[in-house]
Design a protein around this ligand. Structure first.
Ligand SMILES: NC(=O)c1ccc[n+]([C@@H]2O[C@H](COP(=O)([O-])OP(=O)(O)OC[C@H]3O[C@@H](n4cnc5c(N)ncnc54)[C@H](OP(=O)(O)O)[C@@H]3O)[C@@H](O)[C@H]2O)c1
Length: 320
C-alpha cells in the first residue's frame, strides 16, 4: 500500500480507502462484509469511511463494522483510521438531520455506540446546511474534537465559499480541517472545475474522492449487460439502469480499450487517474467482494499518465 500525507497534517492515509455506503447493510450477508473488511486490512487499507445513515437501514453499516471490529480487529484499533459523518436524515423530528450542534453531537454519540468505539479518528459534517449559522456547526465540530470524541474534523459536499470559511474558522480555533470529501471520477470532475480541490490543498487540507468508479460504471461490470449481482440489479437506490445510456456505454467501452492499451483494467486506470492529481490524498472505493477490492489495488502498478494519454482520455470523455 502507498500511504499519502493528508494535506499538511501528521496523518498518512492509504491511497485506497474502503467505503461502507453499500455492502454493509441488510442486503448483504454479514460473512461477505466481514471478508471484505479482512481483505482490506490485510492489504494495508487502514482507512474505513462510514456515515450515520449507511445501511440499509440507517445505522446498519456502523453496527456491522462495530461487530466485526470487536470480533476480529479489537487488538488492531490503533492501526485503523475510522471515519463517520452526520447531517443527512437519520431520525425523525427536527433534530435528526442537517448541521445544528444538537444533531451533530447527538448523532456522533449514537455512531460511537453502534461502532462500539470510544472515539472515531475522523468526523465529518456530511453536507452544508444553508440555514444553521456556520459558526454553530463549526464550533460544534471543534468541541467534538476537544471532547475527545473525534481526533480530526472533515467536511463533505460543502460549496467552495463555505468550505473556505470553514478552513479559516477551524484553523483559528486550533482544529484545522483534516480533509475535504467530494465526488471525483472520470465522469464527474466538478471539484477540479470549481476549484474545490485546489482550495482544500491551499488550506492545508487533504482531499478524498468518493464514488471514484462512478458506482461501478467505470469498471468492466456493465460491458455485457447488467449482472444479477451488480449494484444496478440488486440495490438500485442510487444507481439504476437509466445510467447506462447507449452513449455512456460507448464511452465506457472506449475507456476500457484505452486502459487495456496501458496494461490496466478500466477500474485501475480510473483510480490511477484520480490519484495522479497531487492534491488527492486517497480514493474511497466500494467493493462487493474481496476480489474486487484487491483488483483495484492494481491502480498503484501504473500510476503515471503522459500528457498524450491524458489528452486521449479527455477526448474520449468529451465525445459523450
Ligand atoms: N460523502 C458523501 O456524500 C458520499 C457519497 C457517496 C459515497 N461516499 C463514500 O464513498 C464510498 C464509495 O462509493 P461507491 O460505493 O459509490 O464507490 P465506487 O468505488 O465508485 O463504486 C463501488 C462499486 O463499483 C463496483 N466495483 C468496485 N470495484 C470493482 C472492480 N474491480 N470491478 C468491477 N466492479 C467493481 C462494485 O459494484 P457491484 O456492487 O456492482 O459489484 C462496487 O460496489 C462509499 O462507500 C462511501 O464511503 C460518500
Amino acid at each position: 500500500m502507498t500511504y499519502n500525507r493528508c494535506g499538511r497534517s501528521g496523518v498518512l492515509l492509504p491511497a485506497i480507502s474502503l467505503g461502507f455506503w453499500h455492502n454493509f447493510g441488510r442486503l448483504t450477508p454479514e460473512s461477505q462484509s466481514r471478508d471484505i473488511v479482512r481483505a482490506a486490512f490485510d492489504a494495508g487499507i487502514t482507512h474505513f469511511d462510514l456515515a450515520n445513515n449507511y445501511g440499509p437501514d440507517p445505522g446498519a453499516a456502523e453496527l456491522r463494522l462495530g461487530k466485526i471490529l470487536k470480533d476480529d480487529l479489537a487488538s488492531h484499533r490503533d492501526e485503523l483510521f475510522i471515519a463517520t459523518k452526520a447531517a443527512y436524515d437519520m431520525w425523525p423530528g427536527p433534530y435528526g438531520s442537517w448541521a445544528s450542534r444538537k444533531h451533530l453531537i447527538a448523532s456522533l454519540d449514537q455512531s460511537l455506540a453502534r461502532l462500539q468505539l470510544n472515539y472515531v479518528d475522523l468526523f465529518y459534517c456530511h453536507r452544508y446546511d444553508p440555514v444553521t449559522p456556520l459558526e454553530e456547526t463549526l464550533q460544534a465540530l471543534v468541541d467534538i474534537v476537544r471532547a475527545g470524541k473525534a481526533l480530526y474534523i472533515g467536511i463533505s459536499r460543502w460549496p467552495l465559499e463555505a468550505a473556505q470559511y470553514a478552513y479559516a474558522y477551524l484553523r483559528q480555533h486550533d482544529t484545522p480541517c483534516l480533509i475535504y470529501q467530494g465526488r471525483l471520477n472520470l465522469f464527474d470532475q466538478a471539484p477540479i472545475q470549481d476549484q474545490t480541490l485546489q482550495a482544500a490543498a491551499d488550506a492545508g487540507a487533504g482531499f478524498i474522492a468518493f464514488s471514484p468508479l462512478a458506482q461501478g460504471l467505470l469498471t468492466d461490470r456493465y460491458l455485457n449487460g447488467i449482472p444479477a449481482d451488480s449494484r444496478i440489479a440488486h440495490d438500485p437506490r442510487f444507481l439504476n439502469a437509466d445510467a447506462l445510456t447507449p452513449q455512456r456505454l460507448t464511452t465506457i467501452r472506449r475507456l476500457n480499450d484505452f486502459a487495456a492499451q496501458r496494461g490496466q483494467t478500466l477500474a485501475a486506470m480510473a483510480l490511477a487517474w484520480i490519484l495522479h492529481h497531487p492534491q488527492v490524498t486517497s480514493v474511497i472505493v466500494g467493493a462487493s467482494s474481496p476480489e474486487q477490492l484487491l483488483r483495484n489495488l492494481e491502480c498503484m502498478n501504473n500510476p503515471q499518465f503522459s500528457d498524450e494519454e491524458l489528452q486521449a482520455i479527455d477526448q474520449i470523455i468529451s465525445n459523450e
